[in-house]
Design a protein around this ligand. Sequence first.
Ligand code: ADP
Ligand code: MG
Length: 417
Amino acid sequence: MLAEKLLLHVLIILLPIFLYNLVFENRQIRNKGILFGLLQGLSVFLCLFFSFESYGLYWDLRYVPLVLAFLYGGPLAGGIVLIAYMAARTFIGGDALLFGYISGVIASIIPALFVDKFWTYMPSKRIKIAVLIGIWPAVGMCGILLAFIFFQGSSGIEIGTIMTNIFLFGVIQVLAIGCAAYLHESAIERQLMRKEILRAEKLNTLGELAASIAHEVRNPLTVVKGFLQLMQKQASGTNKYYFSLVLSELGRAESIINDYLNFAKPQFEKVEKVNLMDLVLEVYLLLKPLGLKEGSRVENQLEHGAFVVTDRNQLKQAFVNIIKNAIEATSEGGTVQIKLEIKGNQAIIIVADTGKGMNEEQLARIGTLFYTTKDKGTGLGTSVSLKIIEAIGGDISYKSEPDLGTVVTVTLPIDKE
Ligand code: ADP
Ligand code: MG
């Protein structure tokens, strides 16, 4: 049966991927394009070698490695596969040799045109594009086969079977490309993930180092601050002004260090049962004046009855950072709404502002250490909040529209009473 033979060809198509994953994936390879071309070249050779002859036609998936090599390996790999194809075709020979050459070149045209553009798409789109491009040689091949039959002429009964086979052939070819593209993409993703893990490990060590330095710097800073405060009391005239400047900047440095240390390792010193409503109310009262100063209204709507077992100062810090950001984002006349709801065994805290909002790119970066858009910002607040809420086993999500505002949703697992 033709379909059976084509399934053998599907296996041949997948062979380079298996070989690559098995042998080369964990190695450092200098010239990936050439290796890719050679593997796909092998596959094209096998395709032609095991080509299945039926109704006076050759059936195989020879164009699949060609398309894949151009798309995933680049022009060099594509070229190698095209040469392998030509060589194999010459080796097989036959009357239609020239015809075979031409169809190989035609099949390469569209994938070759896409070589550069292909990598500008996201992985899932790349698979779709590979499938779409795969339709080109499939349709071309089907056209050629149809034309061949038309000129040769066949008996009426055979035409029906041949047509079915040609259709089936086209479908299998496209499916094979989709399948291979999917496997390639997952291999690429695995590689990226491995790199990312290595990078994260390095960053981790670096982070620990930075934390210990920050810790060492904090102590002398405290001493300096203490003595400066003493000296400020005796100072007069402009000196007094300078002292207050120096002290406020020192305070800033200290709070950055504290934030960073808190991020590196949240200290849950005193773990107790915390009434969530009381805690959010405290934060509200603490930050309401800031809202007034900025000209925005801070409102609350809090439900009673949720308790969280944690360090209350840490949780408070997490909410302060989030609500402070909301207030800082809103301009005069805006509102910041704080809502606490209980749903099942979860508390949902929503902080919604009518501020400047964030676009998708900014949203994607929020929570990364040191990301800030403010002149005097540290880019630590959100990271610290995230870390604390994660440590409690909660979750935080951001929704935002530029110029409309931001909604921050924090979910926390709770004890009810
Ligand atoms: P910082 O407040 O020091 O800039 P954060 O980590 O607290 O650092 O916030 C990082 C950035 O995220 C802010 O600079 C701001 O651009 C953005 N951001 C956070 N919350 C909001 C919000 N509610 N609305 C608009 N932008 C926000
Ligand atoms: Mg902030």
